[in-house]
Design a protein around this ligand. Structure first.
Ligand code: G3P
Length: 221
């Protein structure tokens, strides 16, 4: 038995096919598929793309990262206030491609929560996920870094990582669990859900697909 409406977060990262004008184009595709299929699809986009994507779609837009600083003298930083005013309703944190120290993570979580942003904190292992779950983010997302961007999914290569994370994150700390890395197919998604995950984080399977619309439709249960 798995959730009828799994959460799917499409992480746009910095692919040319999912940044700038293409971020808006891909955001609209995600919105179209979400509406047609009645699916819970959310998009995580780079800071410069938050506002244009937010203007173009009505599905939830998340930031890919925030810095924990307070407004003021922080050149080049992306503050929670900035992503919120640009239209983001949530943020990824500590992605393995943009890691934070534990101190930075704690501060970022506090800052994001105060502003009402949904927090999705990434972890590379179940043990790390358990430590993060203690900080009570809205979601922990477990992604084995070595499988990110590849063709073999966490569901196929490391199902034990999913089951272990279900125990340590969901059962022990009652925090929702997403998994990701190499997710491409409906079978990958269903396996993750069967093992107890609430949804997936997916990037290259959609962002670099010849037809992102077809890839998304074929992913959905
Ligand atoms: O945040 C999702 C991501 O790291 C997974 O990437 O390309 O393996 O789906 P990908």
């Amino acid at each position: 038995m798995y959730p009828a409406k799994p959460i799917i977060i499409v992480n746009f990262k910095t692919y040319p096919s999912s940044t700038g004008q293409n971020a808006v184009r891909l955001g609209k595709i995600c919105e179209k598929v979400a509406f047609e299929a009645g699916a819970d699809i959310r998009v995580a986009v780079s800071a410069p793309d938050i506002y244009p994507v937010f203007q173009g779609v009505s599905i939830p837009v998340y930031a890919e990262h925030i810095d924990p600083y307070t407004p003021g003298k922080h050149t080049g930083s992306v503050l929670p206030e900035m992503v919120k005013s640009a239209g983001a309703v949530g943020t990824l944190l500590n992605h393995s491609e943009h890691k934070l120290t534990l101190g930075e993570l704690e501060e970022s979580l506090e800052r994001a929560s105060k502003l009402g942003l949904v927090t999705v904190v990434c972890a590379a292992t179940p043990a790390r996920a358990e430590k993060i779950a203690r900080l009570k983010p809205d979601f922990v997302a477990v992604e084995p870094p070595e499988l990110i961007g590849g063709d073999v999914s966490v569901s196929t290569a490391k199902p034990g990582v999913i089951s272990e994370s279900v125990k340590l994150v969901k059962e022990k700390h009652h925090v929702k669990l997403l998994v990701g890395a190499g997710i491409k197919t409906r079978a990958d998604l269903l396996k993750a859900l069967e093992l107890g995950a609430d949804g997936v984080l997916i990037a290259s399977g959609i962002t670099t697909a010849e037809s992102p619309e077809k890839a998304l439709k074929e992913l959905l249960p």
